[in-house]
Structures are given as C-alpha cells and as structure tokens.
Design a binder for this molecule. Structure first.
Ligand SMILES: Cc1ncc(COP(=O)(O)O)c(C=O)c1O
Length: 387
C-alpha cells in the first residue's frame, strides 16, 4: 500500500468563495458548516459556570450519571431500553466515527471494507482511510437513499461495517432502519447508525436502529446538534454489548475522555427534551425562510424530511456550461460562487459529500432569521435571478 495522501479538509477549500462576497461589497452570511448558532440552554450554561476543580481523571466510559442520562434519553425519546453495559460516551461523535474502523479492524482483521452512503458526511470514508481499509460508497437512488442491492458480492463479503445516517447530512433523507438491520444481518456485517439528527424530524418519523436490533449494531448520538452544544464535545454509542465492551476498553487505553465538568453539563443537556422540540421548530422556520429566498431568485428547493440542511441542485446553466473547464470542480462550485457573489450566501459545494453530490450545494439553516433577511436583500440589490 502507498503512503497515505493527506487530503485538504473540505471546508478549508472554500476560502476563495468568501472573498467573492467581499469583492462585490456583500456581507457574508455563513451557511456552510453545520455548527449551531443558538446557545445551549440556561441550565447547561449554569452547570458549566458552577464547574469545580477537575483535578482527577474523568472516566473514559463516562460517569455513571452521564451514562444513565443517555440511557434515559433513549428510553424517553425512542422507546429503547438498554442495560448499563450497552452504552458508553465518546468525545463528540466525529472522533468516534473517524476512529471506529481502526479499532474494529483490530478485532476483525479478516474484513477490510467499510460501506458508506455515496452522498454523506465525509468522516465515514475518512475513518476507513485512517484504518487503511477500503472505503466503498453505496450508490444512491434518485431520492438519495442507499441502493444496497447494487453492491458487489465481493464488497459485501469483505465488509466489516456499514454506516447509515438518518436523517441524513446533507440530503435530509430518512432511511428504513428496520430494513437495513435485516440486510446487515443477512450479510454478517456491523451496522453503525449515526443518529445525531434523529430528533430533528417530525415525531412520527423519528427512529433509532436500536428499536429493531442490538446484536452487531451500534447507534451513535451527539449533544452537538440536539442541545446546541457542539463546543462541549459530548456523544455516546450504544448497542451490541460485546462491541461496546471492546470499544470502551480500547478507547480507555487510548486516553479518550470527556473532561469532568463537561460530563456534568452533559447530564443536564441529556435530561432536556422541550428545548430540542423548540430547536426543531426554529430550524423548520429557517429552512422555510431559505426555501422562500431561493424561490425569490428562481430556484425551487424542497424542505428536508429531517436534519437542518437544504440540498439544492444547481440550475441548468451550471450543469451545461461548456466554458466551465475546471473539471476538478463540479457545477455545485459555480453555483456556490454565485450565491456568495450576489447574495453573500456561503454554502457548501455538494462534492464535499462525495462525487455523486457534485451537481448540488448544501445550505445549513444555522443563522438567525435576521441574517437570512440580509441575504434576501442582497439578492434584491444585485437583481440576481435564475428566472
Ligand atoms: C452526520 C454527522 N455525524 C456526526 C457529526 C459530528 O458531530 P459531533 O462530533 O459534534 O458529535 C456531524 C457533524 O456535523 C454530522 O453531520
């Protein structure tokens, strides 16, 4: 195997797009990163303010109170009841997603393949790269749902695990988790379900893979989005008791632990549900506002089934532009450039999420309505429209 080629971090590549807004005297409104702009609840902030000296090492697995709060949250919100040994904490979920293949490949050296949705959060594939594994994208259908039937038998035989993310970043699509558990079982690989947006969809469509199965299954949850607490770095994983045991032990060896005072704040955040519902209302309002802004410039966009992103196809003019010879950059880049240039709207080009997303952009509803209004007015001032 050749030396690992360090790729640029996706969001570092859009620096030049930011300057396009400034060059055209537009105020830049950043909708490119899925980072919450709203504060965590008062009680969470209060808990942080009251933190005492943290002289001792915190438990890597998470304090008993924190793990109990996580289990209680799963029981309240998803009707999933877990034993103590079936859940442990992680330091936010990005590090867990990135290191899971490495750790699991030590346990299953015979399996060298990671399956992940072809249009998805980039860290799934990066985790395979870090582990020196094959990252095999699962093609999506026209609705951006995974088409597992199209996978090669060889890839399925070699698969250690499959990632699913529902509701999905960037598309907002909901997958059928029950069907996926049966598929994973029939092909004997581990099903890893990233559920960090699971509470940001309509109550009747909220789901966890753990409602169907625990054996050979892991669900991953985060406080970053549900509690506007990305800065705290609190997440957890739950499911198969043997997998949780292996992971909690190896992660303890590696020194992965949430700082003690943050663990206490995590207990508070996990106990709160009304705040999550309010936040989902806020995101829906912003998403609708963004749909209206796009409509005002002649772009039709659909509200997602879940999560807080709009996944928007570039207009025909970018898809068919023969003068656009930067073959390394898809139509989504040209679209993103003009949204910044004429509206000050900074979005992510869709190929951040895989080559199948190249014709799209992702717009995150992470700015207050007042900031979205600025975008609307800037489009009006420049008269920019796709009509
Ligand atoms: C699908 C998905 N999974 C995981 C994460 C990581 O979240 P965190 O590390 O803050 O828990 C993100 C963050 O954007 C995400 O979109």
């Amino acid at each position: 195997m050749g030396a690992f080629q360090l790729p640029p971090y996706p969001h570092d590549k859009i620096g030049y797009i930011k300057t396009l807004a400034a060059d055209n005297n537009r105020q830049l409104i950043d909708l490119s990163i899925g980072t919450p702009c709203d504060p965590p609840s008062h009680d969470v902030q209060e808990s942080l303010a009251q933190a005492t000296a943290a002289n001792g090492y915190p438990p890597s697995i998470g304090s008993a109170e924190l793990r109990l709060a996580a289990r209680q949250m799963l029981a309240r919100r998803f009707g999933v009841n877990l034993d103590e040994e079936e859940l442990a904490m992680c330091v936010g979920t990005k590090e867990f997603v990135a290191t899971l293949p490495l750790f699991l490949s030590l346990r299953h050296p015979g399996k060298d393949t990671l399956l992940y949705p072809a249009v998805s959060y980039p860290t799934y594939a990066m985790g395979a790269e870090i582990a020196g594994m094959r990252a095999v994208p699962v093609p999506c259908d026209d609705n951006f749902m995974m088409n597992l039937e199209s996978l090669d038998k060889d890839d399925l035989d070699r698969a250690l695990l499959l990632w699913v993310n529902s509701p999905a970043n960037p598309t907002g699509v909901l997958e059928n988790l029950e069907k996926l558990t049966s598929f994973a079982e029939s092909h004997s690989f581990i099903l890893c379900s990233d559920e960090c947006y699971a509470e940001f969809s309509d109550p009747q469509s909220r789901d966890s893979v753990l409602r169907y199965k625990k054996e050979n299954v892991l669900a991953v949850h985060s406080l970053s989005k549900r509690s506007n607490a990305a800065g705290l770095r609190v997440g957890f994983y739950a499911g198969d008791q043997n997998l949780v045991y292996f992971l909690k032990e190896i992660r303890k060896h590696a020194g992965m632990m949430i700082p003690g005072p943050i663990q206490a704040a995590g207990v508070v955040a996990l106990g709160q549900d009304a705040e999550v519902e309010q936040q989902w209302d806020i995101y829906r309002e912003r998403l609708s506002c963004l749909v209206d802004i796009l409509d005002s410039i002649g772009i039709s966009a659909e509200l997602p089934s879940g999560a807080f992103y709009l996944w928007v196809k570039a207009p025909e003019r970018y898809l068919e532009d023969p003068t656009f010879d930067r073959s390394d950059l898809g139509p989504g880049w040209r679209f993103a450039e003009d949204l910044a240039r004429y509206g000050g709207m900074l979005v992510s080009p869709g190929d951040f999420y895989g080559p199948m997303g190249a014709d799209y952009v992702r717009i995150a509803a992470v700015q207050p309505l007042g900031k979205l209004e600025i975008i609307k007015n800037q489009f009006i001032e420049t008269g920019w429209s796709y009509r």
